[in-house]
Write a protein that binds this ligand. Structure first.
Ligand code: ADP
Length: 631
């Protein structure tokens, strides 16, 4: 059979270089990765056979085998799992399909000193980690049900070879041609039996398939009985005090495809008529695809210790899609399909219970460990807030663990409860402002009067914020109110205008306001004097039940038709520009000039809230024209 040579995809090559130049201080983990892949392959084979009884595959003794040859200096990791086809080997091993890894490479390039910052060692690199300990890796595989196998081989230097083989056993074996041991650099002798035992015990003990060490041949030429190295005990079924944190973390790394420790481990044993155990993990970092439509998520589902499926989405609501873990149920059918799961009464019951458990864990994290909670909320707060809209049953629990940036906090966040507790006498509303970033918000004209009076305003910058505030409406009897919506009726202060003064002002401006409303009819439904502006000449506000521009854009982005909602233009009667405009309006007969100025004033209000004038070129022309006259 002919051997063909291929080049690694660019990212794959970069990753290999990292491996070869040994960026991980702890090289032992290569074995964890290979065993993890082998275990997945056995799971997949079992499922494939379950789905298709006629599949021509041997499933009588699924296992993982380690075999060493100290003379040839090789270590072989073998499984009789699903295997890979010729095309799959090229696709899966020659490229980096895992976008998390691509992201890792990007971060690595951006980091000054990746090693120092501990970036490396945070990402799983799977199969390639073999190149940390080997200068050549050969993989022989045959896919279950296929006749022909494939041999893949590489020295990790930019190319690999592929060859079709006729006599490959079903499954996959990976042969590592080991580098010379170099204990100073944590490169151990991986043909040493004690070392392999130690690594398996440490990283892979919970793997549900036997990991056997194939005995060396004795003097009589016969191999000793293979020894099983792992206990295969399901961690989730063991009492918590018998399992070390380390053991939990290794399980997390296996199922979460993450090399970092989880932030939180959550265990649940449900007894009664429907028994199940769950072991859940909150990762310490949000995955990069958390907000992508096709993000893979969900828990692993086991039935009586037997793996049934990955990514079982029905077990948790979508706003907890970052949670990883295992659920092992006693009384589900082994043949459950995804379709059935969605409607299954027991699954729904489990979902409810697991959701409550996660939320109560976050709650206790909040009181127990403020730093940990802060990390949690930074990474996952934006997702959790989706639940405020989609899960009314748990709304209170969600509100209890939600926190927000505020004008009255520097770096810390405040909960609604804290906000309400420190409400000054007479204030009945919880004020918030939405926007793209804290900077944009801080300088928003809508904030002026609030800042001046020292009123606390929550600063909401996640896209979902626009939605949940409407859905939730109030907290402990206090209304949630946008500073950019409706008429603001702040408490009177000493230097405020008297009622008489206000009345006079209203009369003085009545003509201008009416005239401007007509001029700006396309975009504005009302022009009125503002109580919220102190420094800016104008701002735009929505009516309490109007869509905000951000929401409008969001719906349009989702392909929904939404009418352009007109807003209210508020003018600051104490601003020189507005005063001048009013004088000119009362004095002049010809108002064509003024019409342009009115239009500009509107455009300035749009720009001030981060928007874009409708006709930017015209906006610039009008502005330039007026600037010129000041010179
Ligand atoms: P990951 O395991 O994170 O997906 P790897 O580089 O370790 O990344 O493996 C890439 C893919 O190659 C796996 O997702 C799997 O489809 C396939 N693969 C790796 N090892 C095996 C194996 N022993 N048997 C079958 N398929 C495997």
């Amino acid at each position: 059979m002919s051997t063909e040579t291929f080049e690694f995809q660019v990212e794959a090559r970069q990753l290999l270089q990292l491996m070869i130049h040994s960026v991980y201080s702890n090289k032992d983990v290569f074995l964890r990765e290979l065993v993890s892949n082998a275990s997945d392959a056995l799971d997949k084979l079992r499922l494939a056979k379950l789905r298709d009884d006629t599949l021509d595959a041997d499933v009588s003794d699924p296992h993982i085998e380690l075999e060493t040859d100290p003379d040839a200096r090789t270590l072989t990791v073998r499984d009789n799992g699903i295997g890979m086809s010729y095309d799959e080997v090229g696709e899966l091993i020659g490229t980096i399909a895992n976008s998390g890894t691509a992201q890792f490479l990007k971060e690595l390039k951006e980091a000054q000193d990746a090693e120092e910052e501990g970036l490396i060692g945070q990402f799983g690199v799977g199969f390639y980690s073999g190149f940390m300990v080997a200068d050549e890796v050969t993989l022989l595989t045959r896919k279950a049900g296929e006749k022909q196998g494939t041999r893949w081989s590489s020295r990790g230097e930019g190319t690999y070879t592929l060859e079709r083989v006729d006599d490959a056993p079903q499954g996959t074996s990976v042969v590592l041609h080991l580098k010379p041991a170099d204990p100073d650099n944590q490169l151990h002798d991986y043909t040493a039996v004690w070392k392999l035992k130690e690594i398996v015990k440490r990283y892979s003990d919970f793997i549900t398939w036997p990991i056997r060490l194939v005995g060396e041949k004795g003097d009589d030429g016969k191999a000793a009985e293979p020894e099983t190295l792992n206990s295969m005990k399901a961690l989730w079924a063991r009492p918590r005090d018998e399992v070390s944190e380390d053991e939990y973390h290794e399980l997390y790394k296996h199922i979460g495809h993450d090399w970092r420790e989880p932030l939180e481990t959550i265990q649940l044993h449900a007894e009664g008529t429907f028994e199940y155990q769950a072991l859940l993990f909150v990762p310490s970092h949000a995955p990069h695809d958390l907000f992508r439509q096709n993000m893979r998520h969900g828990l692993q589902l086991y039935v009586k210790r037997v793996f049934i499926m990955d990514d079982c989405e029905a077990l948790l609501p979508s706003y907890l899609r970052f949670v990883k873990g295992v659920v092992d149920a006693q009384d589900l059918s082994l043949n459950v399909s995804r379709e059935i799961l969605q409607q299954d009464r027991h699954i729904r019951m489990m979902q409810r219970r697991l959701t409550k458990k996660v939320l109560s864990s976050v709650k206790s994290m909040m009181t127990r460990d403020a730093d940990k909670y802060a990390t949690f909320w930074r990474e996952f707060g934006a997702v959790l807030k989706e639940g405020l809209v989609t899960d009314p049953d748990n709304r209170d629990a969600l509100l209890a663990v939600a926190s927000f940036a505020s004008t009255h906090e520097d770096g810390d966040a405040v909960t609604l409860k804290q906000y309400v507790e420190r409400l000054p006498e007479g204030q009945d509303d919880i004020y918030y402002i939405t926007g793209e970033s804290r900077e944009a918000i801080d300088n928003s004209p809508h904030m002026e009067a609030f800042r001046e009076r020292g009123i606390e305003v929550l600063l909401l910058t996640d896209p979902v914020d626009e939605v949940w505030v409407d859905a939730v409406g109030e907290f402990e009897g206090k209304r949630l109110r946008s500073v950019a919506k409706g008429e603001i009726d702040l408490d009177a202060r000493e230097d405020d205008k008297s009622e008489d003064e206000q009345k006079q002002q209203a009369e003085a401006y009545a003509g201008l306001l009416g005239w401007m409303r007509e001029r700006l009819d396309d975009d504005v439904k009302e022009v009125r004097l503002s109580t919220r502006l102190t420094r800016s000449p104008a701002c735009l506000v929505a009516d309490a039940d109007d869509l905000t521009p951000a929401l409008e854009n969001m719906y349009r982005a989702m392909g929904q038709e939404v009418p352009h909602s007109k807003r209210v233009l508020e003018l600051n009667p104490d601003h020189a520009l507005v005063k001048g405009l009013n004088e000119a309006y009362t004095e002049r007969e010809d108002r064509s000039e003024l019409a342009d100025t009115a239009e500009l004033l509107y455009a300035l209000a749009v720009v001030a809230e981060g928007g874009r004038p409708k006709d930017p070129a015209r906006f610039v022309r009008l502005t330039a024209d007026r600037l010129e006259r000041t010179l």
